[in-house]
Design a protein around this ligand. Structure first.
Ligand SMILES: C[S@@+](CC[C@H](N)C(=O)[O-])C[C@H]1O[C@@H](n2cnc3c(N)ncnc32)[C@H](O)[C@@H]1O
Length: 291
């Protein structure tokens, strides 16, 4: 029986058995759902690792990933199969919602605790930090505190996030006064780049965390951003992650998911508030944020 399921233009072939092994690995380690029909994607995205490592087949590459004790090959695999696409102020409505909550229903909270749970290269947590700093300063509440935990599975993107340096073009949608208040312009060899100021960077702790594994922290959060990552997981994995995220929310806290995602088909104890926004109800309290 000829079991080759996909061959690309460069003559790279992916056998059914190899596709199955790679999908099982991606599912076991990352909760990633790679259904049949994704063979072309797997060949295209992982083909570069075969060429780079001089592997003769996907089977050889798969064995290398399993044997690599540094874990780098596994990170390379997940990085290639998912996208790290993100941007400053992406899906702006969530930041506006958080700003209103900060000065209205969270006004008694001395330090607002936020988790950016698949933060990619950092644009999401940095947007939260700039936006909340600006809102609290305008409300005359500069002394109120907030802390952001920013996590991702990929050490590669976390490295970029921790540096906090981006090409000027990436900041194009930022209001001018944010640019002045929160960014440092690069000179010399850093011309064309901007760096986030220490007062913004110091609000954020970056850590590696795989959402499909038990969370290592026991903290409760007022807001969790878990955006544009749910779509990679099958329903069972989504169910498990949402249950555990909900358990990490303070009563009255919010979970934000990506606007193209939804929790349809997932059972949870959260109240739908508006698209991609869910609230952990506190007993006996109504909704207090103006929508
Ligand atoms: C498309 S980015 C989303 C970035 C940001 N939240 C946003 O909406 O702009 C998806 C991120 O999820 C991360 N990711 C994928 N699987 C993950 C897992 N099992 N645990 C934690 N992060 C994961 C990827 O590394 C990637 O950086």
């Amino acid at each position: 029986m000829n079991e080759t399921v996909y061959s690309d233009n460069a003559g790279l072939t992916l056998k059914t058995s190899e596709f199955r092994l790679i999908s099982q690995l991606a599912h076991e380690r990352f909760g990633l759902e790679l259904k049949g029909g994704k063979e072309a994607l797997v060949t295209a995205r992982l083909g570069k690792w075969l060429r780079k490592g001089g592997f003769k087949s996907f089977d050889e590459y798969y064995r290398h990933v399993l044997a690599d004790t540094t874990g780098d090959a596994l990170i390379g695999l997940i990085d290639s199969l998912t996208t790290n696409h993100t941007s400053f102020l992406r899906e702006k409505a969530h930041f506006e919602f958080l700003n209103r909550a900060a000065v209205e229903e969270f006004r008694e909270i001395r330090s607002i605790e936020i988790w950016s749970a698949a933060c990619s290269s950092g644009e999401e947590p940095y947007t939260i930090a700039m936006s909340l700093s600006d809102t609290l300063a305008r409300a005359g509440e500069k002394r109120r505190d907030f802390r952001i935990l920013a996590t991702d599975i990929s050490t590669r993107v976390l490295g970029i996030a921790k540096r906090g340096v981006y090409e000027a073009e990436r900041f194009r949608d930022l209001p001018d006064h944010w640019r002045k208040a929160y960014l440092l312009r690069g000179d010399g060899e850093c011309k064309g780049f901007f760096k986030l100021k220490p007062e913004i960077v110091s609000r954020i702790s970056f850590e590696r965390l795989n959402l499909i594994q038990p969370f290592p922290h026991r903290r409760l959060f007022n807001v969790i951003f878990c955006r544009n990552v749910m779509m990679y997981f099958d329903k069972g994995t989504q169910q498990d992650i949402v249950n555990r995220l909900s358990a990490c929310l303070e009563p009255g806290g919010y979970l934000f998911v990506g606007h193209s995602e939804s929790l349809t088909g997932v059972e949870h104890d959260l109240k739908y508030v508006r698209p991609a926004t869910y609230r952990k109800e506190s007993p006996g309290r109504g909704l207090r944020v103006r929508l």
